[in-house]
Design a protein around this ligand. Structure first.
Ligand code: NAP
Length: 286
């Protein structure tokens, strides 16, 4: 049985390991796979001496990869841009969270069916919890209206923050998202003229290195900023300059991956070993 933070599915999710290729194969499906997930998963497998290997797969057609997963008995895939939504019609069952968020970043092959899960919202939750433990007074602004923004809004709602506002380059997508999750939206043209005093926490869930409609000059030391993009962006640079609290996207990447480790292997992740392996290649601390 799986020991993760994910809600249990309505049916019993039992893995029929004998139907899967041994040693077990896991991997990342991406247009441009990074090495991060490979290091995370393989260092954990090595530490626990598990018969698993994790590969980065650079793909262009998600349909072919999902067919291969069934045919080759591949145990699990991490899914990233641009396949988190397009993979949904190709899999058999979705967790309730993935269904609500509308995006899948993890697929497990039980041997009989493919089960789609979202661990991004857990990544958001755990990264935020490392930074604060008082959520009920937080007023939050989420930038973006794609899968990452939906996972962020889902996580913020679970954390029972005080208010959530979403803004997006294409305004009507923010409005639709606000309606879906019963949160507020603001037009991008209106944000640019704001002084940001209404917000405590700002989350960039867009891939923009520099957000054309964000009033960078209004950021102050009282703002917390969660930049989902890993590495330096206009937002990280301005936050550091103003003395605000920066929550780096790499913490989310780490936590969503640790949750995937549990789902793939049905074992607790050796967190210290994994963090040490990643620290040799990345700055993963806050
Ligand atoms: P997505 O589904 O493609 O959504 C992209 C969203 O960003 C859309 O709302 C789009 O607006 C907006 N956008 C795109 N380019 C923009 C630009 N130049 N300026 C302003 N807005 C722009 O992508 P996603 O899966 O949500 O991922 C978003 C970002 O989060 C990516 O950078 C991804 O790498 C990151 N992410 C990080 C983690 C992590 O663990 N750290 C996990 C998941 C995602 P329109 O509607 O106008 O097109």
């Amino acid at each position: 049985m799986i020991m993760s933070n994910i809600n249990k599915p309505e049916f019993e999710l039992v893995s029929n390991w004998e139907y899967l290729t041994f040693p077990y194969i896991c991997g990342l499906l991406a247009e441009n796979p990074s090495e991060f997930s490979q290091t995370l998963h393989n260092s954990g497998y090595q530490k626990l001496q598990l018969p698993f290997t994790y590969y980065p797969f650079k793909i262009s057609k998600i349909e072919n990869a999902i067919t291969a997963m069934r045919e080759l008995g591949i145990r699990g895939f991490s899914i990233t841009i641009p396949f988190k939504e397009t993979c949904i019609p190709l899999i058999d069952e979705l967790s309730s969270e993935a269904q609500e968020i509308g995006a899948v970043n993890t697929i497990i092959n039980t041997g009989e069916l493919l089960y789609g899960i979202n661990t991004d919202w857990i990544g958001v939750t755990e990264a935020l919890k490392e930074s604060t433990d008082s959520f009920n007074t937080l007023s939050c602004l989420v930038i973006g209206a794609g899968g990452a923004a939906k996972a962020a809004i889902f996580a913020l709602k679970k954390l029972a923050v005080s208010s959530i506002t979403v803004v997006n380059r294409t305004d009507h997508k923010a409005e639709m998202l606000a309606q879906k999750f019963s949160v507020h939206s603001i037009k991008s043209d209106d944000l640019i003229n704001q002084n940001l005093e209404n917000y405590d926490l700002i989350i960039n869930a867009s891939p923009a290195q520099s957000i054309s409609f964000f009033p960078y000059q209004s950021l102050t030391s009282r703002h917390s900023v969660f930049e989902m993009i890993t590495g330096e962006t206009s937002l990280t640079k301005t936050t550091i300059k103003t003395g605000g609290n920066l929550i780096p996207g790499i913490r989310m990447l780490l936590h969503q991956g640790l949750e995937q480790f549990i789902l793939f292997t049905e074992k607790q992740a050796p967190v210290q070993t994994i963090e040490s392996a990643l620290e040799n290649k990345y700055v993963i601390t806050q």
